[in-house]
Design a protein around this ligand. Structure first.
Ligand code: PLP
Ligand code: COI
Length: 341
Protein backbone atom coordinates (compact mmCIF):
# COMPACT_ATOMS: atom_id res chain seq x y z
CA UNK A 1 0.00 0.00 0.00
CA UNK A 2 1.45 3.35 -1.05
CA UNK A 3 1.41 5.98 1.67
CA UNK A 4 0.95 9.73 1.90
CA UNK A 5 0.40 12.01 -1.05
CA UNK A 6 1.91 15.45 -1.49
CA UNK A 7 -1.48 16.96 -2.33
CA UNK A 8 -2.34 20.40 -0.96
CA UNK A 9 -5.86 19.43 0.17
CA UNK A 10 -6.91 23.00 0.89
CA UNK A 11 -6.20 24.24 -2.61
CA UNK A 12 -7.61 21.53 -4.82
CA UNK A 13 -9.63 22.62 -7.82
CA UNK A 14 -11.54 20.30 -10.14
CA UNK A 15 -8.66 18.77 -12.08
CA UNK A 16 -7.55 15.29 -13.14
CA UNK A 17 -5.03 13.60 -10.88
CA UNK A 18 -4.00 10.00 -11.51
CA UNK A 19 -4.98 8.00 -8.45
CA UNK A 20 -3.78 4.45 -7.68
CA UNK A 21 -6.59 2.18 -8.90
CA UNK A 22 -9.62 2.25 -11.14
CA UNK A 23 -12.34 -0.34 -11.82
CA UNK A 24 -13.09 -1.79 -15.23
CA UNK A 25 -15.67 -4.32 -16.38
CA UNK A 26 -16.49 -5.57 -19.90
CA UNK A 27 -19.87 -6.49 -21.39
CA UNK A 28 -19.59 -9.12 -24.10
CA UNK A 29 -21.93 -11.83 -25.41
CA UNK A 30 -24.85 -10.54 -23.37
CA UNK A 31 -23.28 -10.22 -19.91
CA UNK A 32 -21.02 -8.11 -17.72
CA UNK A 33 -17.89 -9.82 -16.46
CA UNK A 34 -16.90 -9.69 -12.80
CA UNK A 35 -14.75 -6.56 -13.27
CA UNK A 36 -11.41 -5.82 -11.61
CA UNK A 37 -9.25 -3.02 -10.27
CA UNK A 38 -6.26 -1.94 -12.32
CA UNK A 39 -3.42 0.57 -12.03
CA UNK A 40 -3.54 1.25 -15.79
CA UNK A 41 -5.33 4.55 -16.51
CA UNK A 42 -5.28 4.12 -20.31
CA UNK A 43 -7.93 2.34 -22.40
CA UNK A 44 -7.21 0.55 -25.66
CA UNK A 45 -10.37 0.36 -27.83
CA UNK A 46 -11.36 -0.16 -31.46
CA UNK A 47 -11.01 2.88 -33.70
CA UNK A 48 -14.59 2.10 -34.78
CA UNK A 49 -16.12 2.25 -31.27
CA UNK A 50 -19.62 3.77 -31.18
CA UNK A 51 -18.57 5.91 -28.20
CA UNK A 52 -16.05 7.69 -30.44
CA UNK A 53 -18.26 8.27 -33.49
CA UNK A 54 -21.85 8.30 -32.39
CA UNK A 55 -21.62 9.38 -28.76
CA UNK A 56 -22.89 6.08 -27.40
CA UNK A 57 -21.66 6.64 -23.86
CA UNK A 58 -22.86 7.98 -20.54
CA UNK A 59 -21.40 8.82 -17.15
CA UNK A 60 -22.10 9.67 -13.52
CA UNK A 61 -20.56 11.79 -10.78
CA UNK A 62 -20.66 11.17 -7.04
CA UNK A 63 -18.40 11.77 -4.06
CA UNK A 64 -16.83 10.01 -1.10
CA UNK A 65 -16.58 12.03 2.12
CA UNK A 66 -14.19 11.68 5.08
CA UNK A 67 -16.03 12.17 8.36
CA UNK A 68 -14.72 13.70 11.60
CA UNK A 69 -13.91 10.28 13.05
CA UNK A 70 -11.95 9.25 9.96
CA UNK A 71 -14.54 6.96 8.40
CA UNK A 72 -15.49 7.30 4.73
CA UNK A 73 -18.97 7.46 3.24
CA UNK A 74 -20.82 7.82 -0.06
CA UNK A 75 -23.87 10.05 -0.57
CA UNK A 76 -26.87 8.34 -2.23
CA UNK A 77 -24.95 6.12 -4.70
CA UNK A 78 -28.18 4.17 -5.27
CA UNK A 79 -29.57 7.29 -6.98
CA UNK A 80 -26.55 7.43 -9.31
CA UNK A 81 -27.11 3.76 -10.03
CA UNK A 82 -30.74 4.44 -11.02
CA UNK A 83 -29.75 7.42 -13.15
CA UNK A 84 -26.97 5.63 -15.04
CA UNK A 85 -29.44 2.86 -15.84
CA UNK A 86 -31.85 5.48 -17.27
CA UNK A 87 -29.03 6.89 -19.40
CA UNK A 88 -28.00 3.39 -20.49
CA UNK A 89 -31.56 2.48 -21.48
CA UNK A 90 -31.93 5.72 -23.45
CA UNK A 91 -28.86 4.90 -25.59
CA UNK A 92 -29.63 1.16 -25.94
CA UNK A 93 -26.73 0.14 -23.71
CA UNK A 94 -26.81 -2.73 -21.18
CA UNK A 95 -27.90 -1.80 -17.66
CA UNK A 96 -25.72 -2.39 -14.59
CA UNK A 97 -27.16 -4.15 -11.52
CA UNK A 98 -27.29 -1.75 -8.54
CA UNK A 99 -25.18 -4.04 -6.39
CA UNK A 100 -22.42 -4.21 -9.01
CA UNK A 101 -22.43 -0.41 -9.38
CA UNK A 102 -22.30 0.36 -5.65
CA UNK A 103 -19.76 -2.37 -4.84
CA UNK A 104 -17.49 -1.08 -7.61
CA UNK A 105 -17.74 2.46 -6.18
CA UNK A 106 -16.84 1.15 -2.73
CA UNK A 107 -13.92 -0.92 -4.08
CA UNK A 108 -12.49 2.10 -5.92
CA UNK A 109 -12.70 4.31 -2.82
CA UNK A 110 -11.10 1.66 -0.58
CA UNK A 111 -8.27 1.06 -3.07
CA UNK A 112 -7.56 4.80 -3.20
CA UNK A 113 -8.03 5.60 0.46
CA UNK A 114 -4.91 7.75 0.61
CA UNK A 115 -6.59 10.11 -1.87
CA UNK A 116 -9.71 10.67 0.25
CA UNK A 117 -9.13 14.22 1.53
CA UNK A 118 -8.98 14.81 5.29
CA UNK A 119 -12.10 15.99 7.12
CA UNK A 120 -12.18 19.75 7.53
CA UNK A 121 -10.52 20.64 4.22
CA UNK A 122 -13.87 20.72 2.40
CA UNK A 123 -12.32 18.53 -0.30
CA UNK A 124 -13.78 15.16 -1.36
CA UNK A 125 -13.00 12.18 -3.56
CA UNK A 126 -15.00 12.55 -6.80
CA UNK A 127 -15.98 9.29 -8.50
CA UNK A 128 -16.55 9.19 -12.23
CA UNK A 129 -18.39 6.05 -13.38
CA UNK A 130 -18.80 5.76 -17.16
CA UNK A 131 -19.97 3.31 -19.81
CA UNK A 132 -18.74 3.43 -23.41
CA UNK A 133 -19.77 1.49 -26.51
CA UNK A 134 -16.69 -0.29 -27.94
CA UNK A 135 -15.83 -3.01 -30.45
CA UNK A 136 -15.62 -2.96 -34.23
CA UNK A 137 -18.67 -1.34 -35.82
CA UNK A 138 -19.33 1.20 -38.55
CA UNK A 139 -23.11 1.66 -38.96
CA UNK A 140 -25.24 3.75 -36.60
CA UNK A 141 -26.36 0.97 -34.27
CA UNK A 142 -25.61 -0.20 -30.72
CA UNK A 143 -22.06 -1.42 -30.10
CA UNK A 144 -21.22 -5.13 -29.85
CA UNK A 145 -19.33 -4.58 -26.57
CA UNK A 146 -19.24 -2.13 -23.67
CA UNK A 147 -16.79 -1.00 -21.00
CA UNK A 148 -17.95 0.14 -17.56
CA UNK A 149 -15.24 2.02 -15.68
CA UNK A 150 -14.95 4.05 -12.48
CA UNK A 151 -12.00 6.27 -11.65
CA UNK A 152 -11.65 8.79 -8.86
CA UNK A 153 -10.02 12.16 -8.33
CA UNK A 154 -9.66 14.25 -5.16
CA UNK A 155 -11.42 17.58 -5.79
CA UNK A 156 -12.12 20.94 -4.19
CA UNK A 157 -14.60 23.55 -5.43
CA UNK A 158 -15.91 23.30 -9.01
CA UNK A 159 -16.63 27.01 -9.23
CA UNK A 160 -13.49 28.43 -7.74
CA UNK A 161 -15.22 30.88 -5.42
CA UNK A 162 -16.80 28.08 -3.32
CA UNK A 163 -19.63 29.56 -1.24
CA UNK A 164 -19.06 33.07 -2.63
CA UNK A 165 -21.70 34.10 -5.16
CA UNK A 166 -20.81 34.05 -8.85
CA UNK A 167 -22.55 35.56 -11.86
CA UNK A 168 -24.01 33.69 -14.83
CA UNK A 169 -25.24 34.79 -18.26
CA UNK A 170 -28.19 33.48 -20.23
CA UNK A 171 -26.98 31.45 -23.19
CA UNK A 172 -28.08 32.13 -26.75
CA UNK A 173 -27.80 28.39 -27.40
CA UNK A 174 -29.74 25.30 -26.29
CA UNK A 175 -28.02 22.27 -24.76
CA UNK A 176 -30.78 19.72 -25.35
CA UNK A 177 -34.11 19.40 -27.15
CA UNK A 178 -37.46 18.98 -25.34
CA UNK A 179 -37.82 15.41 -26.58
CA UNK A 180 -34.07 14.68 -26.75
CA UNK A 181 -31.47 13.41 -24.32
CA UNK A 182 -31.39 16.32 -21.84
CA UNK A 183 -32.53 14.22 -18.90
CA UNK A 184 -29.83 11.58 -19.50
CA UNK A 185 -26.23 12.06 -18.44
CA UNK A 186 -24.76 11.48 -21.90
CA UNK A 187 -21.65 13.08 -23.36
CA UNK A 188 -23.50 14.63 -26.31
CA UNK A 189 -25.26 17.10 -24.00
CA UNK A 190 -21.90 18.26 -22.67
CA UNK A 191 -20.32 18.51 -26.13
CA UNK A 192 -23.32 20.67 -27.09
CA UNK A 193 -22.66 22.95 -24.11
CA UNK A 194 -18.97 23.70 -24.63
CA UNK A 195 -19.33 26.62 -27.02
CA UNK A 196 -21.83 28.45 -24.81
CA UNK A 197 -19.67 27.71 -21.76
CA UNK A 198 -16.61 29.20 -23.44
CA UNK A 199 -18.50 32.34 -24.44
CA UNK A 200 -19.63 32.78 -20.83
CA UNK A 201 -16.07 32.37 -19.50
CA UNK A 202 -14.67 34.83 -22.04
CA UNK A 203 -17.27 37.36 -20.94
CA UNK A 204 -16.22 36.96 -17.31
CA UNK A 205 -19.12 34.77 -16.09
CA UNK A 206 -18.73 31.52 -14.14
CA UNK A 207 -20.91 29.69 -16.70
CA UNK A 208 -24.10 30.14 -18.68
CA UNK A 209 -27.71 29.35 -17.88
CA UNK A 210 -29.88 27.65 -20.50
CA UNK A 211 -33.47 28.61 -21.19
CA UNK A 212 -36.03 25.99 -22.19
CA UNK A 213 -35.41 25.08 -25.83
CA UNK A 214 -39.10 25.20 -26.86
CA UNK A 215 -39.99 28.76 -25.82
CA UNK A 216 -36.77 30.37 -24.53
CA UNK A 217 -38.70 31.91 -21.65
CA UNK A 218 -37.95 29.63 -18.69
CA UNK A 219 -34.73 28.79 -16.84
CA UNK A 220 -33.60 25.20 -17.41
CA UNK A 221 -30.10 24.50 -16.08
CA UNK A 222 -27.01 26.29 -14.85
CA UNK A 223 -24.22 24.74 -16.93
CA UNK A 224 -23.51 21.43 -15.19
CA UNK A 225 -25.84 22.11 -12.25
CA UNK A 226 -29.55 22.64 -11.55
CA UNK A 227 -31.12 25.99 -10.61
CA UNK A 228 -33.06 26.82 -7.45
CA UNK A 229 -34.49 30.05 -6.13
CA UNK A 230 -35.91 31.14 -2.77
CA UNK A 231 -38.95 33.36 -3.17
CA UNK A 232 -39.69 36.42 -1.07
CA UNK A 233 -42.23 34.33 0.85
CA UNK A 234 -39.69 31.58 1.61
CA UNK A 235 -40.58 29.01 -1.02
CA UNK A 236 -37.88 26.82 -2.60
CA UNK A 237 -38.62 26.65 -6.34
CA UNK A 238 -36.73 24.71 -8.99
CA UNK A 239 -37.45 24.19 -12.71
CA UNK A 240 -39.43 21.20 -13.92
CA UNK A 241 -38.58 20.21 -17.48
CA UNK A 242 -38.08 17.04 -19.52
CA UNK A 243 -34.76 18.34 -20.88
CA UNK A 244 -32.81 18.95 -17.68
CA UNK A 245 -30.73 16.44 -15.76
CA UNK A 246 -32.65 15.31 -12.64
CA UNK A 247 -30.07 16.43 -10.08
CA UNK A 248 -29.67 14.20 -7.04
CA UNK A 249 -28.42 17.22 -5.10
CA UNK A 250 -31.55 19.17 -6.11
CA UNK A 251 -33.93 16.44 -4.92
CA UNK A 252 -31.89 16.17 -1.71
CA UNK A 253 -32.19 19.94 -1.20
CA UNK A 254 -35.95 19.80 -1.78
CA UNK A 255 -36.16 17.28 1.05
CA UNK A 256 -33.85 19.35 3.27
CA UNK A 257 -35.73 22.59 2.52
CA UNK A 258 -39.03 20.97 3.51
CA UNK A 259 -38.06 18.64 6.36
CA UNK A 260 -35.11 20.44 7.97
CA UNK A 261 -35.83 24.11 7.19
CA UNK A 262 -39.65 24.02 7.05
CA UNK A 263 -39.87 25.79 3.66
CA UNK A 264 -42.54 25.28 1.04
CA UNK A 265 -41.07 23.43 -1.91
CA UNK A 266 -42.12 23.12 -5.54
CA UNK A 267 -40.92 22.25 -9.04
CA UNK A 268 -42.37 24.39 -11.78
CA UNK A 269 -41.80 27.11 -14.35
CA UNK A 270 -39.15 29.72 -13.57
CA UNK A 271 -39.71 32.55 -16.04
CA UNK A 272 -36.65 34.59 -16.93
CA UNK A 273 -38.83 37.73 -16.98
CA UNK A 274 -40.02 37.09 -13.44
CA UNK A 275 -36.81 36.83 -11.39
CA UNK A 276 -38.06 39.53 -9.02
CA UNK A 277 -40.00 36.88 -7.09
CA UNK A 278 -36.70 35.49 -5.76
CA UNK A 279 -34.63 36.90 -2.93
CA UNK A 280 -31.90 34.23 -3.28
CA UNK A 281 -30.80 31.81 -5.99
CA UNK A 282 -28.26 29.06 -6.38
CA UNK A 283 -26.77 26.37 -8.59
CA UNK A 284 -26.64 22.85 -7.17
CA UNK A 285 -24.96 19.61 -8.16
CA UNK A 286 -22.41 17.05 -7.04
CA UNK A 287 -19.48 19.06 -8.38
CA UNK A 288 -21.02 22.50 -7.74
CA UNK A 289 -22.42 21.49 -4.28
CA UNK A 290 -24.33 24.75 -3.74
CA UNK A 291 -22.94 27.77 -5.53
CA UNK A 292 -24.85 30.96 -4.72
CA UNK A 293 -25.90 32.91 -7.80
CA UNK A 294 -24.96 36.56 -7.41
CA UNK A 295 -26.64 37.74 -10.59
CA UNK A 296 -27.89 36.60 -13.99
CA UNK A 297 -27.24 38.65 -17.12
CA UNK A 298 -30.11 38.66 -19.62
CA UNK A 299 -30.52 41.10 -22.51
CA UNK A 300 -27.59 43.21 -21.30
CA UNK A 301 -28.99 43.67 -17.79
CA UNK A 302 -27.63 41.99 -14.68
CA UNK A 303 -30.39 40.84 -12.31
CA UNK A 304 -28.86 40.63 -8.83
CA UNK A 305 -30.49 38.34 -6.26
CA UNK A 306 -29.32 38.57 -2.63
CA UNK A 307 -25.89 40.06 -3.24
CA UNK A 308 -22.96 39.73 -5.63
CA UNK A 309 -20.54 39.19 -2.73
CA UNK A 310 -22.42 37.54 0.17
CA UNK A 311 -24.29 34.24 0.37
CA UNK A 312 -27.94 34.63 1.41
CA UNK A 313 -29.06 33.20 4.79
CA UNK A 314 -31.35 30.48 3.42
CA UNK A 315 -28.83 29.34 0.82
CA UNK A 316 -26.25 29.19 3.63
CA UNK A 317 -28.58 27.05 5.78
CA UNK A 318 -29.26 24.71 2.87
CA UNK A 319 -25.53 24.44 2.25
CA UNK A 320 -24.65 23.78 5.90
CA UNK A 321 -27.32 21.10 6.22
CA UNK A 322 -26.47 19.35 2.94
CA UNK A 323 -22.72 19.38 3.55
CA UNK A 324 -23.30 18.46 7.21
CA UNK A 325 -25.19 15.35 6.11
CA UNK A 326 -22.58 14.47 3.49
CA UNK A 327 -19.67 14.72 5.95
CA UNK A 328 -21.57 12.96 8.73
CA UNK A 329 -22.09 15.96 11.05
CA UNK A 330 -25.87 16.20 10.61
CA UNK A 331 -28.22 13.25 10.92
CA UNK A 332 -29.07 11.98 7.44
CA UNK A 333 -32.46 10.80 6.25
CA UNK A 334 -32.76 7.02 6.22
CA UNK A 335 -30.83 5.41 3.34
CA UNK A 336 -28.85 8.45 2.17
CA UNK A 337 -25.43 7.42 3.53
CA UNK A 338 -23.45 4.32 2.47
CA UNK A 339 -20.48 3.52 4.70
CA UNK A 340 -17.26 2.60 2.89
CA UNK A 341 -15.25 2.07 6.07
N1 PLP B 1 -27.18 19.20 -14.45
C1 PLP B 1 -26.14 18.79 -15.19
C2 PLP B 1 -26.13 19.08 -16.63
C3 PLP B 1 -25.08 18.11 -14.56
O1 PLP B 1 -24.02 17.70 -15.26
C4 PLP B 1 -25.14 17.85 -13.18
C5 PLP B 1 -24.08 17.11 -12.51
O2 PLP B 1 -24.18 15.94 -12.28
C6 PLP B 1 -26.25 18.29 -12.46
C7 PLP B 1 -27.25 18.98 -13.12
C8 PLP B 1 -26.38 18.03 -11.01
O3 PLP B 1 -26.74 16.69 -10.75
P1 PLP B 1 -26.31 15.97 -9.42
O4 PLP B 1 -26.83 16.78 -8.31
O5 PLP B 1 -26.97 14.65 -9.49
O6 PLP B 1 -24.83 15.89 -9.43
C1 COI C 1 -21.25 16.47 -11.51
O1 COI C 1 -21.60 17.35 -10.75
O2 COI C 1 -21.04 15.30 -11.18
C2 COI C 1 -21.07 16.75 -12.91
O3 COI C 1 -21.35 15.91 -13.71
C3 COI C 1 -20.44 17.98 -13.31
C4 COI C 1 -19.37 17.65 -14.30
C5 COI C 1 -19.89 17.62 -15.68
C6 COI C 1 -18.17 18.49 -14.13
Amino acid sequence: MKQETNIDWNNLGFNYIKTDFRYISTWKNGAWDEGHLTEDNMLSISEASTALHYGQQCFEGLKAYRTKNGSIQLFRPNENSKRINNSLKKLLMPEIPEEKFINACIDVVKANERFVPPYGTGATLYLRPFVIGVGHNIGVKPAPEYLFGIFCVPVGAYFKEGLKPVNFMISDYDRAAPRGTGSAKVGGNYAASMQAHEIALKRGFADCIYLDPATNTKIEEVGAANFFGITKNDEFITPLSPSILPSITKYSLMHIAKEYLGLKVSEGDVYIDNLDIFKEAGACGTAAVITPIGGIEYKNTLHVFYSETEVGPITKKLYDTLVGIQFGDVKAPEGWIYKVK
